[in-house]
Design a protein around this ligand. Sequence first.
Ligand code: XMP
Length: 533
Amino acid sequence: MARNAPPPEPAPAPAPAPAAPRHELFLVVDFGAQYAQLIARRVREHRCYAEIILPQDLGRRISGAKGVILSGSPWSAYEPGAPTLDPAVFDAGVPILGICYGMQLAAHLLGGAVAHAAHREYGPARLEVLPGGDGLFAGLEGPLEVWMSHGDRVERLPEGFEAIARTPAAPYAAVRHAGRRLYGVQFHPEVTHTPRGSELLKNFLFRVCGAAGDWTMRSYVDESVERIRARVGPEDHVICGLSGGVDSTVAAVLIHRAIGARLTCIFVDNGLLRRDEAEEVLGAFRERYQIPLVFADAGPQFLAALAGVTDPEEKRRRIGHVFVDVFRAHARSVPGARFLAQGTLYPDVIESQSAFGGASQTIKTHHNVGGLPKELGFELLEPFRALFKDEVRQIGRELGVPERFVRRQPFPGPGLAVRVAGEVTAERLAILREADAIVREEIEREGHDRDLWQYFAVLVPVKTVGVMGDGRTYESVIAVRAVKSVDAMTADWADLPRAVLQRVSNRVINEVRGVNRVVYDISTKPPSTIEWE
Ligand code: XMP
């Protein structure tokens, strides 16, 4: 997005490359856009493998690419210090699509003019497609609704370029070079507010770049199995910390397929899990997959460490320490263990390379919990470093992991401890666990969970007065949280049917001893967060 926010300080860091693909490669150049990840995901949805790279790496990598997409940016292309490209990349013969800043930067570098527009354009616009737009706009001839978000615009095209679409405010809403495969769009095809944006990206990939669409999860499974076998020697063992979540479950099943019983899983029951969770994980791993599993029953240790603690960050810190101690003790019991499997995902990898993002404040120390320190001395095995979460789910399906594991909602490492607001005790945990099971059951009953990112109960640290029969009660409050989100960065509360909320409320108050009130959390993130602590 051009010029929407003051440009943050550039902080380029080296990019840790994901596992080398054996697929056609598309490069998404990240100029500090909010949407670079989204662009890469959209490309992959069309079965084309996309990697996000920093601008300075494009010159070195472009020859291996089938096509390149230049992202938006909070910068202005003409501003000193703005992220830029070696202009030679436009001569590499590889198709390039510039989006917003990407298009403006290309125009700027190739001799056109970019300037601050008299009116910034933000929101929906009607796009008129002009003759000449047939490659990019094939099948999209009509007036199109597109999403604009820019303060700068291209005022003069570089030589050889022509407009292929316009809006009332942007005469160069889409452009192309007449003889070379260089395209630019001022609007954002990657966001859902551009309803047919995905088709436009598809046209770029398949019509302009001639993509084969060879990125499938089935091939990824086969390649990963081969790669794991090549890396883990015949005497080596791998340890995998299981949390019951999607990433660690699918990682374990994949690694097991590659090396069989040389994988040992360690499941730490911290006493902060949801109802039946430990049994489900044990059942699936021991019985269904026959994967060797060490079960660490450490609930009392965690509870002891949490006694008297109410501060959320202190809870996380203590849980993190106990976890490492317990894990280390059990890992030592696995002979020949050389590798530690982790479900690191691509967004974690790109966040650590963040091109031009300033340091963001720590809101919650998410990644310190469940993370294991380097001093454990293992080599890391991270089979999902190149994948987005929805791709891990697809891998799970390829591997035959049951749907109830694949579709699991995210669950925080510190578990119910951050949902028992205030002090965590065995009694308060028991109340929350029962209420949470009812919330999940009722929301899942008619499939409402399919549209939700997370849905759970929170035990609020206040008591309120109620009346049951003829008597006064003075008991706890349960809050119900159900949110929609795509990446947990932002979230909206779900508009659940009244009947569902009513059943939840009736059942929680009737069935859970110690609760006489249920409230529904109607806060968005931001300014709230998804979890209460
Ligand atoms: P918030 O509450 O910050 O949560 O909106 C965003 C996402 O992160 C999860 N979350 C955690 N995950 N350890 C984790 O592994 C944590 O300490 C933690 N805190 C929050 C939360 O469930 C949501 O998916």
